[in-house]
Design a binder for this molecule. Structure first.
Ligand code: SF4
Length: 449
């Protein structure tokens, strides 16, 4: 039914404005203020924000020349090449719904037509913004990298690059990714300054604001932003915060307190394994403290929804069902939306993908997930979206052959995973041998590198 509605919206509303129209090009943005990069959604490659432009016009942290050019092309019914992800999906079948439809669904024909008739060079205020002030983070998760975590930067600075990871063409662990944070160590930077100059006008149009990082609670700008929610009283903005919920107690307490000044707050935290195995995978995590912080937010904070993002890598699959049991326990106490969960499969670096597991361990993890699914499939506490995501991971483990196009075969991925873990253990004072169950340890020990 809803699929039918989406197709109808595409044919009768969106495509009538222009067959290549997408509201995200005007009204949505992700901006990494520490690196000075922006993009309209997660599909096109990000592009650089022009420092000269923002000195005159702070909204150019979103209204870049590149986006304006793409707007013009969409107004003319042409396809901006950067949006090839959507065109590929649409070209497969005219019944396919690409993300440009989902990104435009919340606007009516008049609003979309107005955007079409607006001169392409006009600066537009956003409705939806995802923003990262800096990459300061207290965690250095095994599947993350220095682009998103200063603790990862510290590892590379102190110990040098990880060696001999032959399948990782993108070099996730060989440098500090200094270019992604040119103002590292400084209190502010011109992109952050432009954001604050734009904020008084931006806050009037914004409907959804999501703060990511690094860990937002470690950024002074995050707290400054929460102050504005308090001082403005009734900001009509739904705020979402991505947090590892592993910060110092006083920061968590402060967040709980500030949450009462926010009309609509959603918290997105991450975890995909249980107990010691989770602590191994997410270096910096204290699992019991994370559980307590989730419960603190749900009992004392003003949180409308708490969501757990699960990053599905090879090692998490051996304790994942215990974590799912924990979610069920919380759902019983706090309702089916607290927490909700989603499962995102790691694709890069490819040796962190679940496809690095050998066939017998893939079968074992599928069997555990299927058993959990069977046991809980009648539960009213699990929403359809969550069941779909679980099915998708089971299907992936059963059928997928390549983590990414042209990825190395499994025997090469497992060698790199072993090489990585040996170096990770040494640098982080960990031991995979005493953390994981014997079937995993036996497999890792059997890999010759
Ligand atoms: S057309 Fe597709 S790829 Fe381009 S901004 Fe819209 S949703 Fe993103």
């Amino acid at each position: 039914m809803s699929r039918q509605r989406n197709i109808q919206f595409k044919n009768e509303v969106l495509d009538k404005v222009s067959p290549t129209f997408c509201a995200a090009k005007w009204l949505d943005s992700t901006i990494w203020l520490y690196s000075g990069l922006t993009v309209s959604c997660h599909h096109p490659p990000s592009h650089k924000i022009d420092l000269n432009e923002i000195s005159e016009n702070p909204s150019a942290i979103h209204n870049t020349k590149e986006k304006k050019q793409a707007r013009l092309e969409m107004q003319q019914g042409k396809r901006p090449t950067e949006c090839e992800y959507c065109w590929k999906i649409e070209d497969l079948s005219h019944e396919n719904i690409s993300d440009r439809v989902f990104k435009s669904l919340s606007y009516d024909a008049n609003e979309l037509q107005q955007l079409k008739e607006t001169h392409f060079e006009k600066n537009i205020n956003l409705k939806t913004l995802e923003i990262a002030f800096d990459r300061t983070c207290n965690f250095a998760c095994s599947y993350c990298n220095p682009s998103y975590s200063t603790r990862w930067v510290k590892d590379i600075n102190e110990n040098g690059p990880y060696n001999d990871l032959n399948t990782d063409q993108r070099g996730h662990y060989v440098s500090t990714h200094a270019a992604s944070d040119p103002y590292y160590g400084q209190e502010t930077n011109p992109y952050v300054e432009a954001f604050w100059k734009w904020w008084p006008s931006l806050k009037e149009s914004l409907k959804q604001l999501r703060i990511t990082g690094g860990e937002p609670m470690m950024s002074p700008h995050f707290w400054r932003l929460l102050e504005t929610f308090k001082s403005d009283g009734n900001l009509n903005i739904n705020l979402a915060v991505n947090s590892n919920l592993g910060g110092r107690d006083e920061l968590i307490e402060r967040f709980v307190k500030e949450s009462h000044h926010i009309r609509h707050l959603e918290v997105f935290t991450s975890n995909e394994a249980y107990g010691l195995q989770a602590e191994y995978i997410r270096d910096g995590l204290d699992f019991e403290k994370w559980k307590l912080n989730v419960e603190k937010l749900l009992t004392k904070g003003n949180v409308k929804r708490l969501h757990v993002m699960m990053t599905i890598n090879g090692l998490c699959l051996f304790s994942m069902t215990q974590l799912l049991d924990q979610f069920l326990e919380w759902k019983k106490r706090f309702g089916c939306e607290n927490p909700t969960f989603s499962l995102n499969i790691v694709r890069w670096p490819t040796f962190q993908s679940p496809l690095a597991l050998p066939p017998h361990l893939r079968l074992e993890t599928v069997s555990r997930l299927k058993n959990w699914f069977e046991k809980n499939k009648q539960s009213d506490l699990i929403i359809d979206y969550e069941f779909d995501q679980l099915k998708r991971v089971i299907d992936y483990l059963e059928r997928a052959t390549e983590a990414t196009d042209g990825a190395a075969p499994q025997p090469k991925l497992e060698k790199d995973l072993k090489r990585f873990l040996v170096q990770y253990d040494k640098r982080r004072n960990k031991q995979y041998k005493t953390t994981f169950e014997s079937i995993v340890v036996d497999w890792l020990e059997s890999i010759e590198v």
